[in-house]
Write a protein that binds this ligand. Structure first.
Ligand SMILES: [Zn+2]
Length: 514
């Protein structure tokens, strides 16, 4: 990471962080030069675990996203958009590197991008024409951003805009050790292994921070009766209104042209909206489509519990949508909408069906891999709808086009419809390979192949062998009728396409293993 010379920017974010911790934010707007035509700003707002199926504009029966719908009225809207993975680490690595998980190899919860591929990140490719800033409340995405520090002007800590700033590890480790320490802490949080040495100090600090958070949480009980939104496994809790206030200050202060990636944790669980959104959909008589339990991966969660969790998620989305509406208003008022590409997206979805809720699953049904993608171009006044299947790996080549840069030959995505490409016969892949080593050929995992409205899901695990499903998404968008037995030729065709892609990506690893 370069030492930034933008002292005003740093001064502002430091002041904001302090003010937020104290519970009051001083209004402070610095002068910001307008970007030239060749380099409009790029502002990416990622909302973690936001299923594309739950947007009102996608036809969801609940009015979850009135403000996002308004934003979409002046934007490109991608209706069949997919994340290449079903959880944060591989999903985020894919959108930042423009490659599938089987290429970048951040396959696991605490995974990282293959070392030799680190320079192939979007910040590096955009180059120093831009002030490049990144922020993730999600520690696993922050680990990836830490891999890209050489290409970032500012990397803000996950605790920024949280109710307490623990500055995890910052006080006693160097930047070089920072990543390793974060991973160690994540590892311990995941596995509950006994720990020794340096992480012990961190955990003591974490305990202190957690007790401070408990204090703030009690003080906020009236506004947040379910508790404060927070990041599971991390000593981070926050008020979404403070997070979005912080983003407004950042966008005001960043030197132009900027390319900013803000990875926001909500609406990821725990679903804890402010009190005015709780029970918003309680008696709305919406009955989600009933689906059978999955024979291998259902956790046996009852329909009543799945429906309740879905409602809580939808009410949290309603809260996040209101905050996004405030940000949208601010960007309009300050003219940033006129000078910037503003991109709303997610790293993966969330599902409430088949005896399961959440996204840490082997299953790859639509709700867990279909995600929102809405892109406002500078001064765009009309809505443009795209129905071709698209993927988060398309973000990188699209941003290269926007920035007037060449698209590298290794990029695995395409330029998005509306920015260059049009290809309805294109194949989309999504996968979950957390049971596979990151250093060997892929032999186990779940894989989805989507082409021209048809979708194959292959589950390939030692305990079940190989199991494949086939759905016609055009006529059966809820994936209720498995056509694997009745349409063997179609199944074979999509399976062959997956086999070819796997053979290609596995070849270098198999040569090494021989
Ligand atoms: Zn995520």
């Amino acid at each position: 990471m370069k030492t930034t010379s933008r002292r005003d920017f740093l001064k502002l974010i430091t002041a904001s962080a302090g003010a937020l911790t104290a519970g009051m934010l001083a209004p402070q707007v610095l002068s910001r030069p307008l970007p030239d035509n060749r380099h409009p700003n790029i502002l990416i707002i990622l909302m973690d675990a936001f299923s594309g199926s739950h947007l009102s504009l996608a036809g969801y029966p609940r009015p979850t996203t009135p403000h996002i719908d308004r934003f979409a009225e002046q934007a490109h809207v991608y209706h069949n958009h997919y994340a290449p993975a079903n959880f944060t680490t591989p999903g985020t690595a894919s959108l930042l590197t423009g490659t599938h998980p089987w290429t970048h190899r951040a396959l696991h919860v605490a995974g990282v991008v293959r070392k030799d591929l680190i320079p192939r990140n979007v910040f590096n490719l955009l180059g120093d024409n831009y002030h490049r800033a990144a922020f993730s409340q999600n520690n696993y995405a922050d680990v990836l951003l830490n891999q890209f520090t050489a290409s970032l002007d500012d990397l803000l800590p996950p605790s920024m805009f949280g109710v307490i700033d623990p500055s995890l590890g910052d006080s006693f480790v160097s930047q070089n050790d920072h990543n390793a320490l974060r991973r160690a802490v994540n590892d311990i949080n995941m596995t509950r292994r006994p720990f020794t040495g340096l992480p012990t100090l961190t955990l003591i600090k974490e305990l202190i921070v957690r007790s401070q958070i408990d204090g703030v949480s009690r003080a906020q009980k009236d506004s947040y009766p379910l508790g404060l939104p927070g990041v599971g496994g991390s000593p981070i809790a926050f008020l979404n209104e403070n997070v979005y206030d912080g983003l407004m200050d950042l966008t005001d202060a960043m030197p132009s042209p900027f390319a900013a990636y803000f990875h926001l944790f909500s609406p990821h669980d725990p679903y804890r909206p402010r009190k005015e959104f709780i029970d918003a959909f309680k008696d709305d008589r919406y009955t989600p489509v009933r689906k059978p339990n999955h024979p291998h991966f259902s956790l046996g969660v009852s329909q009543a519990v799945m429906d309740l969790r879905r409602r809580e998620y939808d009410e949290f989305i309603l809260n996040v949508d209101a905050e996004f509406g405030r940000l949208h208003n601010h960007l309009q008022k300050t003219g940033i909408m006129d000078t910037s590409y503003v991109i709303l997206m997610s790293d993966h979805g969330e599902m409430f069906e088949r005896g399961y809720y959440g996204h840490s699953t082997e299953m790859l049904y639509e709700d867990v891999i279909r995600t929102p993608l809405i892109i406002h171009a500078p001064k765009q006044t009309q809505r443009l709808d795209a129905y071709d299947a698209t993927s988060n790996i398309d973000l990188l080549p699209t941003l290269m086009t926007i920035a007037g840069k060449p698209i590298p030959a290794w990029a695995e995505g395409r330029v998005l419809p509306g920015f260059g490409s049009q290809d309805s016969a294109r194949t989309i892949f999504a996968m979950d390979s957390r049971t596979n080593s990151a250093f060997t050929a892929l032999t186990s995992g779940s894989f989805a192949v989507i082409r021209e409205g048809l979708k194959m899901i292959r589950y390939q695990y030692p305990k079940i062998g190989v199991s494949q499903e086939l759905y016609d998404l055009k006529n059966d968008p809820e994936e209720l009728i498995d056509l694997a037995a009745s349409k063997p030729a179609t199944l074979k065709d999509l399976a062959h396409e997956l086999d070819e892609a796997l053979a290609k990506t596995n070849a270098p690893y198999q040569r090494k293993e021989q």
